[in-house]
Design a protein around this ligand. Structure first.
Ligand code: AMP
Ligand code: ZN
Ligand code: ZN
Length: 462
């Protein structure tokens, strides 16, 4: 061994020790974060605020009141909330809605029209639980917030979010992780905090965080169960820890906590559509049906029309406009919309031992007809007015709202800034839309006096 080699080795050991000590001091969790080299934040972006966007999967709009979630209720009183819930896009399931939240597009426009679907053009199936498709950017349309940020020289980070593992429109978040439900809950928070402790040059301004607990408990035990109560308390406690840790950073952080959908108690066993319609020539995925041609779609439609009071059937072009579920061939044709919280699939199983899965709760239903599909919305921070409530609004409107906080320019989207602009302390004029004369923000009228008083209070606050 050369003397030189010995010195190098000692130096390496010293550096390693320093690195470990430094790591301990920062309490940086050892998580499999993937870092993508994007260079520093552009100088003009460093002055911008920070947004931490949290999703609590399946946290129904009324759980915080119903089960008592002190931290979320405190966030509501210090910031903004939607007591009657945020309205998910149809279908009210996980991947379409998370991706709607970050793109401001309805699923028919961003292309993730279900957790699992078929693309007749590609002749391929997308499935959210298959990393080969979930992490393949060619399935995803629109410009998710992390792509928007990166394209404008602002660093972003995703601690899980549907779509965040894919390279979309040639772009990725600066930091992200592959989905692993086993990564410890507190470590996720510590990672978010560690990102926010990075030097200003590399510190992400837009960060996502995700917890599935309330969705899991809702499916397995139902929304009315003690297990759901426990899950609500668990994630509420996590939100308390997150808030405490964020406050210690003394950065201008707006914390936005949402869910993708709600939850309802399931009723009955399988509804199999091939009981009424000959679907042998159809490609099917769940209840989605892909016909060979228009005549086949029309025939199945006729066979299913009036077959059961548990569902309505539409030709795709005739799906009720408020569902925005017509324009994409990935939706199939005809289209079924359920009239209650049922299980449905196109084709009965050929397995003789097939049973109804042991599940108590489900979602996916029409969010306008079934209030239980509605999700939470809480927002708090220096950019958010204090103690304000908003009427139910569609989740497509989060995108222009978050982009406005971050001062990012957006292209055309289904969401409209005017819906949430009224809860911003100071909408950025360069991106705010001009309000029409006589425009009234969507505050619940009974809160008008309280809102005005809170506004006064906030104006006086540092
Ligand atoms: P859903 O029943 O539609 O609410 O789907 C929820 C499931 O999606 C949960 O069990 C999560 O574990 C899973 N999930 C959530 N985010 C991701 C992700 N980024 N990648 C893969 N699976 C996810
Ligand atoms: Zn979900
Ligand atoms: Zn679910």
């Amino acid at each position: 061994m050369t003397r030189f080699g010995g010195i190098t080795r000692s130096l390496c050991a010293a550096f390693l020790l320093l690195f470990i000590l430094h790591g301990c001091e920062q309490k940086q969790p050892a998580l499999p974060v993937i870092a993508v080299e994007h260079g520093p934040n552009a100088v003009e972006q460093r002055q911008k605020p920070y947004v931490v966007l949290v999703s609590l999967d399946g946290f129904r709009y009324d759980y915080a009141q119903k089960y008592g979630a002190p931290n979320l209720l405190a966030i509501a009183s210090r910031g903004a909330s939607a007591p009657d819930g945020m309205i998910p896009a149809y279908p009210s399931v996980t991947f379409p809605n998370h991706y709607t939240i970050v793109t401001g597009l309805y699923p028919e426009h961003h292309g993730i029209v279900a957790n699992s679907f078929y693309d007749p053009g590609r002749q391929q199936v997308y499935n959210y639980s298959d990393p080969r498709t979930a992490a393949d950017g060619s399935w995803y349309g629109g410009t998710p917030l992390w792509v928007l940020a990166e394209n404008q020289g602002m660093r972003s980070a995703c601690f899980f979010w549907p779509g965040s593992e894919a390279e979309i429109a040639g772009q990725r978040p600066s930091y992200y992780l592959k989905y692993d439900a086993k990564l410890p809950d507190e470590d996720r928070i510590d990672q978010v905090v560690a990102w926010l402790r990075l030097p200003a040059a590399t510190r992400p301004h837009f960060i996502t965080l995700y917890y599935p607990d309330t969705d899991h408990a809702g499916h397995e035990f139902g929304p009315e169960s003690p297990e759901e109560f426990a899950a609500v308390h668990h994630v509420d406690e996590l939100m308390g820890h997150l808030e405490t840790k964020l406050n210690k950073l003394h950065l201008p952080i707006d914390l936005i906590i949402v869910a993708d959908h709600g939850m309802e108690t399931l009723q009955g066993g399988w509804i199999n559509l091939d009981r009424w319609a000959d679907l042998s020539d159809f490609v099917t995925d769940g209840a989605l049906m892909y016909p060979k041609n228009d005549a086949a779609a029309e025939k199945a439609y006729e066979q299913l029309k009036g077959a059961s009071d548990k569902f309505n059937v539409y030709r795709r072009r005739d799906v009720p406009a408020e569902l925005h579920y017509s324009s994409n061939p990935r939706i199939g044709d005809p289209v079924i919309v359920l009239n209650g919280p049922y299980w449905i699939r196109a084709k009965a199983s050929t397995n003789p031992n097939d049973k109804v899965p042991n599940m108590k709760g489900m979602h996916g239903y029409d969010p306008f007809r079934f209030k239980a599909m509605r999700a939470i919305f809480y927002a708090e921070g220096p950019g958010i007015r204090r103690g304000v409530t908003v009427e139910s609004f569609e989740n497509v409107n989060l995108y222009p709202f978050i982009a406005n906080i971050l001062g990012l320019s957006i292209g055309p989207a289904d969401g409209d800034l005017r819906v949430l602009q009224g809860i911003l302390q100071q909408p950025r004029p360069e991106h705010a839309l001009e309000l029409p004369p006589g425009y009234v923000p969507e505050f619940a009228p009974e809160n008008a006096a309280k809102n005005a008083a809170q506004l006064e209070l906030t104006r006086g606050a540092p």
